[in-house]
Design a protein around this ligand. Structure first.
Ligand code: XIL
Length: 360
């Protein structure tokens, strides 16, 4: 299976400049690239209202990112408020920004239980479900074929606490189509854009503990089944919403990533942030602990392979989803991201930068 690298449609200028170390200057990085091809692209989830209204954010996104992904704008509820209707305005704002700044663009996401419009609950049969899922994927992939180089086709297929390796999260597509919704979705995307990098994306696979081991086992099981059926799956995305108070299972994660790599898959870090509500208040201390957690995680991944990209879920602490579920009790702002709320790089950015340049 040949498919393009993530950076296919990103401006070659930007990416060869990245390879030559120019992005390290753009990003104000500390060290030049160790080797001409040794720079893993960095990117972030971007939100369209901030892009439209906040100049400092826009400038930071253009300065630091080589890749972007819409945080919500390509989810079902945004694209499909009602059954007969597609709304692309907000997604197009992000697409235009990527084009303007010659950034690579990832798409997110086609089969996820979250952010679904109400009307999908009126789908009444397997045939209807398959028709809706595939026609949505066909429409969206073909619209963005020239600019999106990689899609999170299936997102979070495993339940929070899987009861066994074949336990799948129940939601509209799995309810109607069983486990088949996964190959259906991947095949629909590949049929429209055979060159896109198609990704299966999951969270909570990096920690010590039985629940996380069970999640790795379940993910491994899905991946193996897809590969055995020749489904066009190219990569696994590790979301990496890292909890400051959970320990990374370095050996478990490294072994897991090595196995996926051995099966010919690429690895992406798709949504990294560090959830800091349990950390002490003082910012300096907190920023150091956040950076150390990311360091731990990246160490385990890089010990097994070099990821295609490192994306964080948001760029600046000014805009982060973390307080939605993990607001700090002391009233201080969460600081989960590489830039602070004044767009200044934090120790987390330095850690990311160091790994991006690490020779393998
Ligand atoms: C989150 C967004 O950040 C929020 O703004 C939105 O309200 C809900 O979704 N895993 C994912 C992302 O794959 O799509 C989620 O994004 C965060 C968890």
């Amino acid at each position: 299976m040949t498919h393009n690298s993530l950076t296919r449609r990103a401006a070659l200028g930007v990416l060869s400049a990245a390879a030559a170390g120019a992005v390290s200057r753009r990003a104000g990085a500390i060290a030049p690239a160790a080797a001409p091809t040794a720079v893993v692209p960095y990117g972030a989830a971007i939100n369209s209202p901030a892009l439209t209204n906040d100049r400092a954010y826009r400038e930071a996104a253009a300065r630091y990112c080589q890749v972007i992904v819409p945080e919500s704008e390509m989810k079902w509820d945004e694209l499909r408020p009602s059954r007969g209707e597609y709304r692309f305005e907000n997604a197009d704002i992000i697409v235009a920004f990527a084009r303007e700044h010659r950034l690579a663009l990832r798409g997110h996401t086609f089969a996820w239980y979250g952010a679904m419009p109400e009307w999908v609950n009126t789908i009444a049969s397997a045939a209807e479900a398959e028709r809706e899922l595939t026609s949505h994927i066909q429409t969206v992939v073909s619209r963005y074929r020239d600019v999106v180089s990689s899609w999170d086709v299936v997102n979070e297929p495993i339940p929070d606490k899987p009861s066994g390796v074949s336990d799948l999260r129940q939601f509209v597509w799995s309810r109607h189509l069983g486990e088949n919704y996964i190959p259906i979705a991947f095949r629909a995307a590949a049929a429209v854009d055979p060159k896109a990098m198609l990704v299966l994306n999951e969270y909570d696979v990096e920690y010590i503990g039985a629940r996380f081991q069970a999640r790795r086992d379940a993910l491994r099981h899905i991946v193996r089944r897809l590969l055995d059926q020749n489904v066009p799956l190219h990569a696994v995305g590790l979301q990496a919403h890292l909890y400051a108070d959970r320990a990374i299972d370095r050996d478990g994660l490294q072994a897991f990533v090595s196995e996926l790599k051995g099966w010919g898959l690429k690895i992406l870090i798709t949504e990294m942030d560090v959830i800091d509500d349990t950390l002490p208040g003082p910012e300096k201390e907190r920023d150091a602990a956040v950076a150390a957690k990311a360091d731990d995680f990246l160490e385990a991944v890089f010990a097994a392979c070099r990821p295609e990209v490192i994306l964080t879920w948001g760029l600046s602490d000014r805009y982060t989803w973390v307080p939605t579920y993990n607001k700090r009790a002391d009233g201080r702002l969460n600081r989960p991201l590489p830039l602070d709320d004044a767009m200044k790089p934090k120790p987390l950015m330095a850690v990311i930068d160091r790994f991006r340049r690490r020779a393998v």
